[in-house]
Design a protein around this ligand. Structure first.
Ligand code: PEP
Length: 250
């Protein structure tokens, strides 16, 4: 089954509003020939609204990098799914390893956020991935399988069709060390198998699984050649229009 590729740029805590606007204008200007790829950008919260306005009427979709699971209330510093929809978001990244590592995100909070995002009408990009010690000790699948299973607990088959998963080995994020296409394929294939068990084979075959971890224009092709790699979640190389477009046009 041929799945439509999805390339997403995670801008993390980079870019003032004017810089974000300039970057997105550069992306829109260079989009020719990318009709067969879904393109997503995830700016920091303050840039979502202005970038969303610039993306209006373009094929690029807007994503947030995080959200809270509650709809509203006394949760200082948090942002709800409705607020993200209100400024034009279609997607939200959930469970990025930096949020797990530095901000106490757990499989349980990931699961709450995934369910809240789906209920509100956002399509989540759910991140999973092992740290170096886990890979070295042969526990990659134990960790990635658990994160996937728990992160998606209680999600209906109908809602599962709107998910995107991102396999991001933590040792490959921002390190310049990419997983080999074979290492990525092995985990992607197992994730797809698990989705088949949790939901059904049709959903597993339709699900898009991105690879993330030091994806660059010069290594994206080999990754995308793998049968179960359907796109990329890109950090560093998404901060320049030229390099992100190089990935989008793999
Ligand atoms: C990421 O932030 O999800 C990521 C993969 O970063 P980088 O491309 O910089 O490794």
């Amino acid at each position: 089954m041929k799945r439509r590729p999805i390339m997403a740029g995670n801008w993390k805590m980079h870019m003032l509003v004017a810089e974000a606007e300039a970057l997105v204008k550069g992306l829109v200007a260079g989009l020719d020939g990318t009709e067969d790829v879904d393109v997503v950008v995830a700016p920091p919260f303050p840039s979502l609204h202005p970038v969303g306005r610039l993306l209006d009427g373009t094929p690029i979709a807007l994503a947030a990098q995080n959200m809270h699971w509650e709809a509203s209330g006394a949760y200082t510093g948090e942002v709800s799914a409705a607020m993200l929809l209100d400024v034009g978001c279609r997607h939200v990244i959930i469970g990025h390893s930096e949020r797990r590592q530095y901000f106490g995100e757990t499989d349980e909070t990931v699961n709450r956020k995934v369910k809240a995002a789906l209920a509100a009408g956002l399509d989540p990009i759910v991140c999973v991935g092992e740290v170096l010690e886990e890979r070295k000790s042969g526990r990659t699948w134990e960790v990635v399988g658990r994160q996937t299973r728990k992160g998606l607990e209680g999600v209906s088959a109908e809602d599962a069709k709107r998910l995107v998963l991102a396999y991001e080995p933590v040792w490959a994020i921002g390190t310049g060390e990419t997983a080999t296409p074979e290492q990525a394929q092995e985990v992607h294939g197992r994730i797809r198998g698990l989705i088949g068990e949790l939901f059904d084979d049709g959903i597993a075959q339709g699900l898009r699984i991105q690879y993330g971890g030091s994806v660059k224009p010069d290594n994206v092709r080999g990754l995308m050649d793998q049968p179960d790699v359907d796109g990329a979640l890109v950090g560093g190389a998404a901060l320049k229009a030229e390099s992100f477009l190089g990935i989008v046009k793999f």
